[in-house]
Design a protein around this ligand. Structure first.
Ligand SMILES: *[C@@H]1O[C@H](CO)[C@@H](O)[C@H](O)[C@H]1NC(C)=O
Ligand SMILES: *[C@@H]1O[C@H](CO)[C@@H](O)[C@H](O)[C@H]1NC(C)=O
Ligand SMILES: *[C@@H]1O[C@H](CO)[C@@H](O)[C@H](O)[C@H]1NC(C)=O
Ligand SMILES: [Zn+2]
Length: 516
């Protein structure tokens, strides 16, 4: 299953790429003669230090940026009837323009480039699953699902698939023209959907083998995919029992959806100053989901990067600093996957570590640190984790570790052997009593009640958390821009295949959606 998964990522990368170097488009001329007279004062600038860079971060500046971004999200209103910065929308294009405009007035401190890439974007307009004429409200269409035939309802018997449906032989012959009923587990949802499609099913339903609803993604589109729903295990259980007892269940499935490939772009800014063979890299994502404006997710992270990038220009650096604004994160980490997939090996080695900043200001926040460890992640990941921990401890703040399981743009870096980590403040998860004691806020309520929703606006930001975490972003940049002393070298033996296997086995998410 792991192998399958890795190939799907690779095939996505080759979808329209010529090569990284020919695709990446420099936006600024790197010749020294382009610098304004007296403008290259880097030699006279003080070497960056953490305290001063942190002190340059103000919530007023961040909030002004958030207000700009919210205005930009409204550019999509005509098409979407609400503000959004989803890829392909005017709100997203406006976001890209805003990032580039902000960086391009920084006196050539950075080399700017865009990296266009093909992105699959899916939309489900309407869906319905009936079993024995009863509407199954908890059925959730998978992301990137194709529509049912002719975007019309399809009827058939519900046919229970053997085992977990990871093998073509698990599909009985009477699946043809009927609806496959498949247990979750072992292989990605996309594999199950493709097997069902090849066996002639007109739709598929994957039911959960764990507690709770099943909101998943089919991943890279395939011609074999059929319209696919996820279903909670508790809802499926009585149907499974009846099918096993030999009963016949009639079902009707309907999905009106569209999957298309569009072009979007990453933005990369790298300091001209600093050792280009030893870069500290950090990223946030420029896009939002279609449901809302994404001011916390990931306005908070991407604007924190923009503000730190702006303030850094007052300093010189010893090591190169490379900022990235990824696109297509919400469709499944598309931009960051693309970036690492086309990165030549010798360029990969120059990235000493990657720091992910996705959602830094959740309204009911926790100070979360990705639990990246050297025994299961590229060596150096744990040193980065401890940099965050030490900072919170130093500031008398509490923190928690959260799983490092593929939910954000660090995933591709880890899979390509680059040490990584990051911080976050929480998404749809529910704050516990214990966490309310650690961080304040409300127990029993999601960290971000507006996660992936229309209300992810300026009022969805906790400004205390945002300012504080942006100072921590500044600390991380200043620390490594100054020195990698004590930070492990990038050598081949720092990434054991075994460790990466363990990571892959434990990674259940690819972006916000479960894929397996
Ligand atoms: C740089 O330093 C100057 C002088 O302290 C300050 O006025 C300015 O706001 C700082 N930031 C930038 C981005 O120039
Ligand atoms: C950290 O957590 C403890 C409870 O374990 C709490 O008493 C303390 O106030 C918390 N610190 C902060 C800064 O919230
Ligand atoms: C942010 O969170 C802190 C701690 O829970 C709280 O005191 C403050 O009122 C919150 N601020 C905003 C703007 O939500
Ligand atoms: Zn995000």
């Amino acid at each position: 299953m792991r192998t399958h998964y890795l190939t799907t990522i690779a095939s996505l990368a080759t979808l329209g790429a010529v090569s990284a170097l020919s695709e990446q488009r420099p936006l600024t001329d790197s010749s020294p003669s382009q610098l304004p007279i007296g403008g290259d004062s880097s030699r006279r600038k003080p070497l960056v230090n953490s305290e001063d860079l942190q002190a340059s971060i103000s919530i007023d500046a961040l909030l002004a940026r958030a207000k700009n971004l919210f205005k930009i999200a409204h550019l999509s209103e005509e098409e979407y009837n609400h503000p959004t910065r989803v890829i392909g929308s005017k709100g997203h294009q406006g976001t890209l323009d805003y990032i580039l405009d902000t960086l391009s007035v920084l006196n050539d401190y950075y080399t700017l480039s865009t990296q266009p890439f093909p992105a699959v974007a899916g939309a489900v307009f309407e869906s319905r699953l009936l079993i024995e004429l009863a509407l199954i409200e908890s059925a959730s269409p998978m992301s990137l699902t194709p529509p049912t035939k002719n975007k019309q309802p399809v009827d058939g018997k519900l046919v229970l698939v053997n085992n977990e449906g990871c093998d073509a032989t698990d599909y009985p012959s009477d699946i043809k023209g009927n609806i496959a009923f498949i247990k979750r587990g072992t292989c990605p949802f996309g594999t199950k959907s493709a097997h069902a499609g090849k066996a002639g099913a007109v739709a598929a339903v994957v039911f959960n083998s764990e507690k709770g609803p099943l909101a998943g993604t089919l991943g890279t589109p395939s011609d074999n995919h059929v319209a696919t729903f996820g279903l909670p295990g508790s809802v499926a259980a009585p149907f499974v029992a009846k099918l096993k007892a030999g009963d016949t269940l009639d079902a009707s499935a309907y999905i009106d959806a569209e999957v298309k490939t569009i072009r979007t772009t990453n933005i990369i800014a790298q300091t001209r100053d600093g050792d280009p063979d030893n870069c500290v890299m950090l990223g946030g994502h420029s896009d939002s989901v279609s449901e809302g404006p994404g001011i916390n997710d990931d306005g908070s992270g991407s604007l924190a990067l923009l503000e730190v990038a702006t303030q850094l220009t007052n300093f010189s650096v010893n090591n190169c600093v490379r900022f990235a604004w990824w696109s297509g994160e919400e469709e499944g980490l598309l931009g960051s996957d693309y970036y690492v997939n086309v990165l030549p090996a010798e360029e990969n080695k120059k990235i000493r570590l990657f720091m992910d900043y996705d959602m830094l200001a959740s309204p009911n926040f926790a100070y979360q640190v990705y639990d990246a460890r050297n025994d299961v992640n590229p060596v150096g990941s744990q040193e980065l984790r401890d940099l965050y921990v030490n900072w919170y401890v130093q500031h008398n703040l509490n923190y928690t570790f959260i799983p490092f399981d593929g939910r954000s743009d660090y995933d591709g870096f880890i899979r390509h052997g680059i040490p990584g980590g990051g911080i976050a403040t929480g998404a749809e998860g529910i704050k516990t009593e214990h966490e309310a004691a650690l961080f304040g806020g409300e127990a029993g309520v999601p960290y971000d009640i507006c996660y992936h929703a229309i209300c992810d606006t300026i009022s969805n930001l906790n400004l205390t958390a945002w300012e504080l975490n942006t100072k921590l972003v500044a600390h991380s940049v200043a620390t490594y821009a100054r020195s990698f002393k004590g930070f492990p070298e990038r050598t081949l033996d720092t990434v054991s295949i075994k460790a990466l296997d363990t990571y892959s086995e434990n990674a259940r998410y690819h972006g916000s959606k479960l894929f397996i």
